[in-house]
Write a new protein. Structure first.
Length: 136
């Protein structure tokens, strides 16, 4: 059920031999993201349940879901970028149908994350799903 951008990411990860290469790719994805303006880093956009500072700013335009995000931790910025490939440009009504755990499992990321990072990733997914459910 993943979109084309995420399928491309899955293919990229399939060519990476080990976790260190995948980790570096995730970090590079985070570095490539445009940072959020400080004015958007407010309590309303902050994701609770993450060990790091995380902000997600959703946008729904024409029934299509998008979000921008930022974090004070490089790996978390990368995870935000990964979630962007999974959820951005998806019809808002379909966002809650995406099985994020299964899709992210295809990248073999979650088994290499600390429990705190995994909890933070789940919190980000829950926020995305909640916003989409309210908008749908």
């Amino acid at each position: 059920m993943a979109n084309a951008a995420f399928e491309e990411l899955v293919e990229t990860f399939a060519f990476l031999d080990d976790w260190e290469d995948r980790y570096a790719t995730v970090i590079d994805m985070g570095k490539a993201m445009e940072p959020l303006d400080a004015a958007l880093k407010v309590p309303a956009t902050k994701v609770h349940g993450c060990a790091s500072q995380v902000w997600l700013v959703p946008q729904i335009d024409g029934g299509v879901f998008r979000f921008r995000g930022d974090s004070d931790a490089l790996i978390v910025r990368g995870l935000i970028a990964v979630l962007g490939t999974l959820y951005n440009e998806v019809p808002v009504a379909e966002v809650t149908r995406i099985d994020a755990a299964a899709e992210l499992g295809r990248l073999e990321l979650t088994e290499h994350l600390s429990s705190q990072r995994s909890n933070g990733l789940r919190a980000m997914v829950e926020r995305i799903r909640s916003v989409a459910a309210e908008a749908a």
